[in-house]
Write a protein that binds this ligand. Structure first.
Ligand SMILES: [Zn+2]
Length: 208
């Protein structure tokens, strides 16, 4: 029995999607990634996955047709079932004037993400993809940290060709990564969700 790709401790008797399948409306892309996961890591993550889906789809709806469907077909239903989340989102949303592509001012609703749920989903996704691409869990003596991005950092652009790129579905999720061969405790991950939300993470050695 394989060991869980996420915790690296218990037996991975289920398969878990990384990134979570909640963020893809049907029909889902054919090339979604699954990894062995223990029931605790798999089932314990669904609340965060739901929150991630809600905030991502609110940010990305209108950006492309699939993100709009994600909002209409899944998020609306989640918010109907979860009135306290809906109330919290209404309370924390802010209206902002932004300049659109045509150079005109327009009012957009800014939504404050639940950052704990966001970071938990990105961390689990990195752990799963690390296993998927390397065949081993993130080493025990490596730290994993997650960063929010407003786009790909400019200082990374000269080296971006060094990263491997994977596209899930019809550009719903694109990620770039590198796991350093000479010390696999070092790895770097960049995510683009629906062309509307970016996140990154890296693993690095824990020095005593
Ligand atoms: Zn686990």
């Amino acid at each position: 029995m394989p060991i869980c790709a996420i915790c690296g401790e218990r037996e991975g008797i289920t398969r878990d999607h990384v990134p979570p399948k909640a963020i893809f409306p049907r029909p889902r892309p054919a090339n979604l990634v699954t990894v062995p996961a223990c029931p605790e890591c798999n089932n314990g993550a669904s609340d965060n996955d739901d929150l991630f889906k809600v905030f991502l789809s609110m940010q990305a709806a209108g950006n492309n047709e699939i993100a709009t469907r994600l909002f209409q077909e899944k998020t609306v239903r989640t918010l109907e079932r979860n009135q306290s989340l809906l109330t919290a989102i209404r309370r924390e949303s802010t209206e902002a004037e932004v300049v659109n592509n045509q150079g005109h001012l327009e009012t957009r609703t800014g939504v404050l993400w639940n950052s704990a749920a966001h970071d938990a989903v990105i961390e689990r996704t990195i752990r799963g993809l690390y296993f998927h691409h390397s065949g081993s869990q993130v080493p025990n003596d490596a730290n994993l940290s997650v960063q929010w991005l407003h786009g790909v950092p400019e200082e990374m652009l000269p080296n971006i060709h060094l990263l491997n790129e994977v596209v899930l579905g019809d550009n719903q999720v694109t990620y770039k990564y590198i796991i350093y061969e000479n010390d696999p405790r070092h790895s770097l991950w960049l995510f683009d969700f629906y062309g509307a939300h970016w996140a990154s993470g890296h693993t690095s050695p824990i020095y005593p």
